[in-house]
Design a protein around this ligand. Structure first.
Ligand code: AP5
Length: 191
């Protein structure tokens, strides 16, 4: 089983590219953001608990995420591959994912780091807010999300370098298919 982490700030195209990888390679797309939004939409007890946090741009607690991830890995050990999108987001989550994979004789095979400027992020998300009305795509929340990204998520790359992960950096401000072609070259090397 191939495990890929698609890494990058908000609006860098993680979800868009993960969806394309899923379609082409038949991998499972695991997006903690999508799962959390689904809980909020259904107004489950978890959804009610996390709604204010997600809508403010802050991070949901590692404990909540850990439960979701353990369950997910346990249920998908026969998958061809998994794309982790929006997860891990803290150093603690990165360490937990490594441990969970190792416990199942698995590892992270590829980290795709999508690079993109803040101005492009803001333009993309402003446009998405008009189209889709996602509750965390307003200007104040985008600033909060960026701060959380720099403070808690970006340091994961240092950890991945120290633990010798296979990291590839891909420039994200290009046509969706051009970005995808570069990603495919990297995935094809693993097959
Ligand atoms: P999450 O859903 O993970 O959101 P995010 O990381 O902020 O990412 P986005 O969905 O905004 O962007 P993306 O990189 O996926 O880009 P996309 O493809 O959508 O998390 C949301 C919240 O949930 C968090 O803030 C937190 O509260 C909580 N959460 C989630 N996971 C958590 C965790 N592990 N721990 C704790 N809390 C967690 O593209 C963006 C837009 O750009 C789209 O409109 C798209 O059509 C467009 N686009 C994409 N690529 C291109 C391109 N090449 N050219 C032009 N437009 C493009």
């Amino acid at each position: 089983m191939i495990n890929i982490v698609i890494f990058g700030p908000l609006g860098s195209g993680k979800g868009t590219q993960a969806q394309k990888i899923k379609e082409k390679y038949g991998f499972i797309h695991f997006s903690t953001g999508d799962l959390l939004r689904e809980e909020i939409k259904k107004q489950t007890p978890l959804g009610k608990k996390i709604e204010t946090i997600v809508n403010s741009g802050a991070l949901v607690s590692d404990e909540i995420i850990e439960d979701i991830v353990k369950e997910f890995i346990k249920n998908n050990l026969n998958a061809k591959g998994i794309i982790f999108d929006g997860y891990p987001r803290t150093l603690h989550q990165a360490e937990t994912l490594d441990k969970e994979l190792i416990n199942n004789n698995l590892k992270i095979d590829l980290v795709i780091k999508l690079n993109i400027s803040e101005s492009i992020i803001k333009n993309r998300l402003k446009y998405r807010a008009l189209k889709e009305g996602r509750a965390d795509d307003n200007e104040d929340t985008i600033i909060n999300r960026l701060q959380f990204f720099y403070q808690y998520t970006l340091p994961i790359i240092d950890y991945y370098q120290k633990t010798n992960k296979n990291i590839v950096e891909i420039y994200g401000d290009r046509d969706v298919n051009e970005v995808f072609a570069d990603i495919c070259k990297q995935i094809d090397k693993l097959l």
